[in-house]
Write a protein that binds this ligand. Sequence first.
Ligand SMILES: NC(=O)CCC(=O)C(=O)O
Length: 271
Amino acid sequence: MTNLTNNDQLRIALIQTPIQLGDPETNVLHIRSLMEKAVGQTPKPDLLMLPEMWNTGYALEQIQDIADEHGEHSKGWLSAFAKEHHIFIVGGSIAEANGDQITNSMYVFDRQGEEIAKYSKIHLFCLMNEEKYLVPGQELVTFPVNDDFKAGVSICYDIRFPEMARSLALNGAKVLFVPAEWPHPRLHHWRTLLMARAIENQMYVVACNTVGDNGEASFFGHSMIIDPWGGIVAEGGESEEIVTGELSLSLVDEVRSRIPIFQDRRPDLYK
Ligand SMILES: NC(=O)CCC(=O)C(=O)O
């Protein structure tokens, strides 16, 4: 199991950046340069997180040609970066090709560069035509941050489904990581849903959005770190930036003992 620098603190850096539509090479170079900048910060972050579909953006009409075959290229350099800098990476998500099946998939690496989780987005977003080009994932995913702190993952539209975050919390997740490409005019939904998922599940919510305009949609950033009481630890603006903040892992148990919602649930009455 991977240890943290300090057992209770997890310092996070979110790479809030524009994504060049249909240009994986440029995206890798740019994101990598921001990641180098993030690990050069003092104090150094324990975990880096990227946004959704950072390799291709929503270039869905060309996706079959530009998606990463089995995720091999992305996995290779992300794993090497995690190992070199001794840092966790929640790798946002990539368009991944497995034969003619394309998924919107996230990989997570520990400080040794080991892949510790893979999640494929289960709720495809029809307003952006995902369901016409991609196949959905079939399972929920958690991973260990340390011996008694588990994380759950969701991608963008997934946060509109409270059952998902609740299931992850019931499976032991104390933080929810959410990479996104969430555009205007739904900033109000983004902030409110993230806040709700944090408060109702008494968990940290860590969300990394993109910025910029892809010709069809304008992405507003506002990457966020929200604590289990609903307090905003960090929030980005609408331009490129590295958004940083610290989680205090023990705060989750403190909040959960203050208002014991997990004990007070009535699953016998929920359909
Ligand atoms: N990429 C996405 O899943 C976007 C979700 C979104 O914009 C929404 O309003 O939901």
